[in-house]
Design a protein around this ligand. Sequence first.
Ligand code: KG4
Ligand code: ZN
Length: 392
Amino acid sequence: MRIFAIETSCDETAIAIAEFSRTKVRVLSHIVLSQIPIHKKFGGVVPNLAKREHQRNLVPILLRSLKESKLFYRRKSDFQLEVRLPKIEKILEREQELLLQFQKHILSLKTPPIDAIAITYGPGLAPALWVGVNFAKALAYLWKKPLIPVNHMAGHLYSALLQKEPRNSKHEARNYKSLEFLISNLEFPVLALLVSGGHTELVLMRGHGKYKILGETLDDAAGEAFDKVARILGLGYPGGPEISRLAEKGDPKKYPLPSPMIHTKDYNFSFSGLKTATLYLYRSKIGTIIPKNDIAAAFQKAAVDVLVKKTIRAVKEHKVKTVLLGGGVAANKELRGRLNQEVSKNLNSCLLLPDSSLTGDNALMIATAAYFSGKKKAPFKLGADANVKLGD
Ligand code: KG4
Ligand code: ZN
């Protein structure tokens, strides 16, 4: 099955084309264009700027992805296009810039040999999501292909199934040429710890696409906390990578910080108190040489402690066979290492960590979730849903 996937839920414009079998995926194209340089000066993602950038970038990325995958052909002529245009104009009426590019570059293409179009429909930033959804709808209508709506968090969850073959280990995923991933077999029940900039949740799965959220953050997401603490420490955006870089040089025990909700019996999290505690610690050091490395290490330890502890408790309670980690914070080395250490003590479960090239937002993860758990939908019924949850 050959899937064409689009992801625009936040500040990455991404398209992937991938061929799936049960055990392997061959990546024909895998492009992620990050808008970080644009949002950086605002200290976070600005939704309408994200929308504008997605509108500008989707068509060029699509053309590049078809070229890379050798699925790019121009059509000679097609009188049916005239008939189809009014509906496409309607679908893209709120994305005029995208519509212009669509008319100029996409109408003249032959329908590529793909089986379905997968699209992230939520959760995420509404203006950003809608651009991708409308673009996918217009393509599905033009190319007469089924649409598969995918929950962004399902994408992060399924990203952990893709493991690089050893012979490809030197390749970056962006180095798409002939890139293949092996697909790990999932033994259920599965528990996924999903940690991103917008979400933090523990999800139990008893089958493909069957999700139950055991717990989630009551305030800030884990990634958001990393970003806010980075701002306190005067570091750049996004903060996660910067904090973990400093934390490697710091001593987490020098100024220990409390792990919020670590002793509660539920599976919920809270990171806003930890952020405030870090702020007070930082303020208490003003006037001295601020021990940023130690503060970053203490914050990271407190966050990782609670994430790992609650995950392991859920593994035991639900007799979980496979543990997955997903989302941008899954790039964090401390979290990966600690989770690995703790899961390996539990002989009945195995841990799948996403390849470091797939922890951030990308469209290959959306294609993978579509392959395993997607349900085709008629294009005109689909809308973006900024607040949708797994299992809705
Ligand atoms: O999944 P993602 O790319 O976008 C969302 O769907 O939100 O996650 C982005 C988040 C950001 O908050 C970023 O700071 C965090 O992932 N992040 C990290 C690391 N790399 C990225 N957090 C901790 N340690 C990292 N190494
Ligand atoms: Zn994400």
